[in-house]
Design a protein around this ligand. Structure first.
Ligand code: G4P
Ligand code: NA
Ligand code: NA
Length: 191
């Protein structure tokens, strides 16, 4: 998505440790008109997939997920992150390790909002190591529902997540694909 690449070039900041900061439009302040166009883009890419629901993780996945749900006229469920020590009978749970933060989070989704014939689209803001997506895939597996695909706003293609998802035969659409963040420069993958 050309407009997203432009936005990243204009507003993105490359931090040490191969981290791209996009707090101006995605991870802190949200550019609502721009996020609306992100939703349109995902909706168009997955329009033939008979999506019944969108699945994401709080917090930064929610904005692109909601904009996509708005276009496809389907609800959005965001998995919650918390270490639950109490009864989890009514929840699907998966463990997600964050390499960036070096913490393990348990993510949970209430069984109440998943239906047997659901066909979900997983949406997230970043794809790096793929831990978040694999956590959501694990929940879909437990719920025995179909995953129609995965939509990512910014893929860091030099990290292993994207290849691991594609290796499973999953339909992955990333709106921007970053080849490298070396020397403070954002280099995109060729189209
Ligand atoms: P993974 O899910 O792909 O394995 O990601 P990883 O563990 O490497 O990263 C953990 C968190 O950091 C995730 O957000 C992920 O979206 C985010 N992240 C990874 N690389 C970058 C980057 O270059 N820039 C930014 N801005 N974020 C990155 P999270 O912990 O789920 O936080 P949030 O959704 O509450 O914001
Ligand atoms: Na995220
Ligand atoms: Na994030």
């Amino acid at each position: 998505m050309k407009a997203l690449e432009e936005k990243i070039k204009q507003d993105g900041e490359v931090l040490s440790g191969d981290v791209l900061k996009v707090d101006r439009f995605l991870n802190h302040q949200i550019d609502t008109d721009f996020m609306f166009s992100i939703g349109q883009e995902f909706a168009q890419k997955f329009q033939d997939e008979k999506i019944t629901k969108i699945l994401t993780i709080e917090s930064s996945g929610i904005a692109p997920a909601v904009m996509t749900g708005l276009q496809l006229h389907v609800p959005v469920i965001f998995a919650r992150k918390h270490k639950s020590l109490t009864l989890t009978d009514d929840l699907y749970t998966a463990n997600v390790y964050s390499f960036t933060k070096q913490t393990e989070n348990q993510i949970t989704v209430s069984r109440k909002y998943i239906e047997p014939n659901d066909r979900v689209l997983i949406i997230d803001d970043f794809l790096a190591n793929g831990q978040a997506v694999f956590g959501l895939l694990e929940i879909a597996k437990q719920a025995q529902i179909e995953v129609a695909g995965v939509g990512i706003v910014i893929e860091k293609s030099f990290q292993p997540g994207a290849d691991k998802i594609k290796a499973q035969g999953i339909h992955l659409e990333s709106l921007a694909r970053i080849k490298s963040l070396t020397d403070g420069q954002v280099e995109f993958m060729p189209e």
